[in-house]
Design a protein around this ligand. Structure first.
Ligand code: KIV
Ligand code: ZN
Length: 389
């Protein structure tokens, strides 16, 4: 069966994002972020892991009570107490989901779980069935799927779907896969599992090799219809796929993707700032979409092009992701056109071309000594140029 044209965005900032060492959040902070995610219209938000601590249980419960427009999800290992805790924490949710998982790679089954593959399948089926008694919407993840054997994945996923899972999430838990390989895995699973059309295929990619977003996008091209991701790419170790990058790649390259999201992209930057302020994890300036330089132009050639037509050097509009506008940074690479245009914006009018030349020459000299020229610098050097003539 062909995949649908809706791509579900499952945000896990409050769960996997919080697993970034040093990024833990209070209940109130989680509710504030959850409301930002709801404004952004994420389809599902994973609020936490209720069995992990009393605090996490209370946070999931508070988020479940506060959120009405997104589905609220709680994580549970494939163990009865975890699943009961998740069900209880979600009791007041308008729309809830229990996400249960168990590891399926040989290294995890032998060394961490000390379970045989048959025991793992039985535990998964039991967990999904129990979760379905507590919640209509159940997601199952074979943890470390990226390093699991394909035959075994097919077997356990088919059994989980038969037991009632309606979302099958394929995690690349340790960020080991590369895009072509990961896209191929999703294609293979969808083709080989006889009941695969009864579930939405989801992906959850970690960024250990810096390809979490590329892997997620390759999976979407192969028919995955849910992407698990986090604001600013927060998450365990090197993080998860960044929500803002996945969403904007799909929106910007509609020629490539046969699906779209319902995300209100104008909420991306405000939510990114909220998460950065609360967690203290600041965004690097050159980070795609949400870095302060993502829509800034410094070189004269680029500034001249953008002033003539923005699409010469912009594939997205800053305003569409929630920035006030794009930015012309005046520095040593800037040209006369950007210089003149900034003076006009500041309502500074020079009497002659000669004065402009003199001011521009002074600007270049100053720019060699300073990283960025601010409006006050411009004001001062124009006054000096006027006096010199
Ligand atoms: O990375 C992972 O495998 C996870 C699972 C719990 C989905 O976070
Ligand atoms: Zn993860």
């Amino acid at each position: 069966m062909g995949a649908s044209d809706h791509l579900y965005i499952f945000d896990t900032t409050l769960r996997d994002g919080e697993q970034s060492p040093g990024a833990s959040m209070t209940r109130e902070e989680k509710v504030r972020i959850a409301k930002g995610l709801e404004r952004m219209r994420v389809d599902v938000l994973e609020a936490g892991f209720p069995a992990a601590s009393t605090g996490d249980f209370e946070s999931v419960r508070a988020v479940a009570e506060a959120i009405k427009e997104s589905r609220v999800c709680a994580l549970a290992r494939a163990r009865d107490p975890d699943i009961h805790a998740a069900g209880e924490a979600l009791a007041q949710a308008e729309a809830g989901r229990i996400h249960t998982f168990i590891a399926t790679s040989p290294i995890h089954m032998q060394n961490k779980l000390h379970m045989t593959p048959d025991q793992v399948v039985d535990a998964a089926v039991h967990a999904v069935s129990l979760a379905r008694q507590l919640c209509d919407d159940v997601e199952f993840s074979p943890e470390d799927a990226g390093r699991s054997e394909h035959d075994f994945l097919c077997r356990i996923i088919e059994a989980a779907i038969d037991a009632g899972a309606r979302t099958i999430n394929i995690p690349d838990t340790v960020g080991y896969n590369l895009p072509e390989q990961f896209g191929g895995l999703i294609r293979t699973l969808r083709e080989r599992i006889p009941n695969s059309d009864k579930a939405v295929f989801s992906v959850h990619c970690h960024n250990d090799l810096g390809v979490a977003v590329a892997n997620s996008l390759a999976a979407v091209q192969a028919g995955a219809r849910q992407v698990e991701c986090t604001i600013n790419g927060l998450g365990e170790r090197a993080g998860n796929a960044a929500l803002e990058e996945v969403v904007m790649a799909v929106k910007t390259r509609q020629d490539v993707f046969s699906c779209s999201t319902r995300i209100n992209a104008r909420e991306i930057v405000p939510t990114s700032k909220l998460v950065a302020n609360i967690t203290g994890f600041h965004v690097q300036p050159n980070k795609a979409i949400v870095g302060v330089n993502a829509f800034a132009h410094e070189s004269g050639i680029h500034q001249d092009g953008v002033l003539k037509h923005r699409e010469t050097y912009e594939i997205m509009r800053a305003e569409d992701v929630g920035w006030h506008t794009n930015r012309m940074v005046l520095g040593k690479h800037s040209g006369r056109n950007a210089f003149r245009s900034r003076l006009e914006e500041l309502d500074i009018h020079l009497d002659s071309e000669e004065q402009l030349n003199e001011a521009f020459a002074r600007f270049k000299t100053l720019a060699d000594k300073k990283h960025e020229i601010f409006d006050e610098d411009l004001q001062a050097l124009v006054t000096e140029a006027g006096a010199a003539l």
